[in-house]
Ligand binder design. Structure first.
Ligand code: ACO
Length: 339
């Protein structure tokens, strides 16, 4: 590492610092060319992310400069009340790898995590699936060299649906089972569903519901859509209402950035446990895909990720034509150990 630049300078990445934000966007675009398969970075989405954090999470964004140019970036996500700081971005310009810049960013991440009172640093590293396309082993080697270890949290299976190769709507949308009705909404959740969506999302349709914790205006759903709107994203939702109770039994969500007409993200799908076993998950996803394509006909590629122990959802995705592509493996390290 004798050629580590001696003038590395860490600068907070501020949303109103147009020049630095511009260099950061160029870094993201350059890195995306050689990075793992993903939708290309969208300018509106990324600049919006500097102002609009996910619900109950603070973001701490930094760039590192050398010779007056941005050569690397760090984003720590700090979920409220959690012991961990999550590394959402730790990136070195592809032309400047193996010069110690990654290590310097990691040291900075440790310092910041300590300053934020966090005891662990966590990160997601893209790795190959058995039999899948080979992925760059560098990031995992880097994480190990930084003293991190693979977590025992199940990895995420990242899957892609290519509508030019497979049309899941060729057979139409299945009939809605008796006793249920479908509803749709766009980016903004109707008041009548905001609390129910939040409860389904936060409990994954499983845990007992804490009604007192959510109210419409401040609900998780409202906070999440505020972030989406701030990032210029559009979203499409289909929900299934249980006619007997009038309650939302489940819903699914697809969103997309403004800059990538062909790409969409299949987000949360959840069916409350009392309503499982009626193929509502598949129905929701197919009905919602039809809804998406009606409004966004240019969409050709959707990606999604599920915990690898979530076989029911991975099976629904496989039936729709989603193909597993790579694995998102969680790594952690204590911030108290030496860097
Ligand atoms: N193969 C094997 N070991 C590696 C590699 C690699 N490609 N890259 C880094 N390392 C290990 C080595 O032990 C290295 O020390 P050495 O060069 O003295 O042998 C040590 O990590 C430190 O390497 P740096 O030079 O500091 O790392 P670099 O500046 O190249 O940045 C990074 C590494 C951030 C992974 C870079 O390749 C990158 O930007 N990749 C794309 C983004 C990414 O995947 N980030 C996730 C990182 S995982 C995490 O955040 C915990």
């Amino acid at each position: 590492m004798s050629d580590t630049p001696s003038d590395l300078e860490f600068v907070p990445l501020a949303a109103d610092d147009d020049e630095t934000v511009g260099q950061w966007l160029s870094l993201l675009a350059d890195a995306a060319e050689s990075g793992p398969r993903a939708a290309p970075p969208c300018t509106a989405d990324m600049t919006g992310s500097l102002r609009f954090a996910p619900p109950a999470t603070a973001l701490d964004d930094w760039v590192v400069r050398s010779g007056g140019r941005v050569v690397g970036a760090l984003r720590l996500a700090l979920p409220d009340g959690a012991p961990s700081a999550r590394v959402d971005q730790l990136l070195v310009h592809p032309g400047l790898h193996r010069r110690g810049i990654g290590r310097a960013l990691h040291d900075h991440a440790l310092r910041r995590a300590r300053e934020h009172g966090r005891s662990t640093l966590s990160a997601t590293v893209v790795e190959s699936l058995p039999g899948g396309p080979p992925q760059d082993p560098g990031p995992a080697a880097f994480a190990a060299a930084m003293g991190a270890a693979r977590s025992d949290i199940p990895a995420g299976v990242h899957q892609w649906l290519d509508l030019d190769r497979h049309d899941p709507l060729a057979g139409g949308v299945p009939a809605t089972p008796a006793g249920y009705s479908l509803v749709t909404w766009g980016t903004v959740t109707p008041d009548e569903y905001a609390v129910q969506v939040s409860e389904l999302e936060l409990s994954l349709g499983d845990a007992p519901v804490d009604r007192a914790a959510q109210e419409v205006r401040t609900s998780y759903a409202r906070q999440f859509e505020t972030m989406r709107q701030g990032r210029g994203r559009r979203a499409y939702h289909t929900g299934v209402v249980h006619d007997g109770s009038g309650r939302l039994a489940g819903y699914t969500s697809v969103s997309k950035t403004t800059g990538n007409p062909a790409y969409a993200l299949q987000g949360m799908t959840v069916v409350h446990r009392e309503h499982r076993g009626h193929r509502l998950g598949m129905l929701l996803k197919l009905a919602n895909l039809e809804y998406v394509l009606r409004h966004e006909p240019a969409v050709r590629l959707l990606d999604t990720a599920n915990a690898e122990d979530n076989q029911p959802m991975i099976a629904v995705n496989a039936a729709m034509g989603f193909e597993p592509y790579d694995r998102w493996v969680f790594w952690t390290r204590s911030v108290d150990l030496p860097g």
